[in-house]
Design a protein around this ligand. Structure first.
Ligand code: PMP
Length: 410
């Protein structure tokens, strides 16, 4: 009997890529220097503290930590997050403003589910976090570039038509850029005038390598508006970078109506997050352990950033330009004269056993192929330096494989 053809996969899959899967796989290969993923340093994970918190959580909550739980999250954790956000921003936030999610990645997914219909417009910074592009791809959204400079005449109209704006103002992914307070305020003004939502995605806040980044856009809103929070900013936090990604604990801070709507979508997504990890997170957050730990890892990350930028200056400066990031996890290297296509370079890099992320995956259109994101948090300074040596060799190989570029070799 001839087997019948099975149904095709959904159409949106033709426009996606599995690059995140590839990076995570590289992370597990000892022979590859992976500067690709946005991963913290595993050797700094506080295993003993999490073990002790787990003991305490199970003793304190027993079976309640092992149940399906409230879709919005473990109630005590929501309350604690609300109290923290109130203290940090000076605003009035309650548990009704908090949804605990499976990492902030789930929050991005849920936002797409509740706000986007097919072909809707998003105003997003460009380049954009690839996980965000991934999570909204099934809706086939259109994008307009977020204009920080105030130079785009069509920006106000685009914002008024957009379902939401999206930004990572603290040490952005992929560029590492820290957005100034003035630009944050100007964006908030425009969002309010446009009557749309603004997603402020803030996973890197704790990785302050050269001093504090200043108030979030959420804080700016709270400073202007007294009373219970009901504003347009949908703020995303996570324990993934300050503590560990494996707990998969993130949160959304938003107007109560938005939280209820996201909770409705979450019901169909996972029924309930893990109350177990919420209870463990509660133990850690009650002691401000995440903040203490977050501060303790910063000197290590600073050393790694400096090692990367120092070695890159010696080896890559003929081809790439970059700014030293003041926080976060990434250096964004742009090819100086657009002669190096980083999608192509990537193949040569993998042959030399070093990985980075090419810029095309952060671009709405996939057309920017002239930059690369390089991570400095995952590997030791020595490994990072070795990564730069391999990258230098890969660029050399790439240039000689393309005769018209051979003149570029130093
Ligand atoms: N947003 C941004 C900008 C990120 O860089 C990441 C992690 N790479 C996430 C969201 C998702 O983080 P998590 O789901 O681990 O909280």
């Amino acid at each position: 009997m001839i087997a019948k053809q099975r149904p095709a996969y959904a159409e949106w899959l033709q426009s996606t890529n599995n690059i995140s899967q590839q990076f995570l796989a590289f992370g597990g290969r000892a022979d590859v220097v992976s500067l690709a993923g946005g991963l913290p340093a595993a050797e700094l994970y506080p295993v003993a503290a999490i073990q002790a918190a787990t003991e305490r959580a199970l003793t304190r909550h027993g079976t309640a930590a092992l149940e399906y739980g409230a879709i919005e999250g473990f109630p005590a954790l929501r309350q604690l997050i609300a109290a923290r956000v109130s203290a940090e921003t000076g605003g009035t936030f309650t548990a009704a403003n908090v949804l605990v999610t499976t990492g902030s990645m789930q929050a991005l997914d849920l936002i797409g589910k509740v706000l986007l219909d097919a072909g809707d417009l998003i105003v997003a910074q460009s380049p954009t976090y690839l996980g965000a592009l991934d999570s909204w791809r099934p809706r086939g959204p259109r994008y307009h570039k977020l204009d920080w400079e105030g130079e785009d005449a069509g920006f106000t109209t685009a914002l008024a038509q957009a379902k939401f704006g999206y930004s990572v103002p603290n040490y952005s992914n992929p560029t590492g850029v820290l957005v100034s307070q003035d630009r944050r305020a100007a964006l908030l003004d425009k969002v309010i005038a446009a009557g749309t939502w603004l997603v402020e995605d803030d996973p890197y806040q704790s990785i302050q390598l050269d001093g504090p980044p200043g108030p979030s856009i959420l804080s700016q809103y709270a400073a202007r508006h007294a009373g219970p929070y009901d504003g347009p900013v949908i703020y995303l936090g996570t324990l993934s970078k300050s503590l560990v990604p494996g707990l998969r604990v993130g949160w959304v801070i938003a107007a109560p109506g938005m939280i209820q709507t996201l909770a409705l979508a979450k019901q169909a997504s996972d029924l309930s997050s893990s109350m177990f990890t919420h209870a463990v997170a509660l133990e850690l957050l009650e002691q401000n352990f995440d903040q203490e730990h977050g501060r303790s890892i910063v000197p290590h990350y600073r050393e790694r950033r400096d090692a990367l930028c120092d070695e890159a200056s010696r080896r890559l400066a003929d081809w790439f330009d970059w700014e030293v990031p003041v926080g976060g996890m990434f250096v964004w290297m742009r090819n100086r004269d657009r002669t190096i296509d980083t999608d192509e370079l990537y193949r040569f890099a993998v042959e030399e056993k070093v990985a980075f992320v090419p810029s095309s995956v952060f671009d709405f259109t996939g057309e920017d192929r002239f930059a690369m994101r390089v991570n400095f948090t995952r590997s030791s300074p020595e490994v990072i330096r070795e990564g730069m040596r391999r990258l230098e060799r890969a660029i050399g190989n790439y240039c000689s494989a393309r005769p018209q570029l051979s003149g570029l070799r130093p």
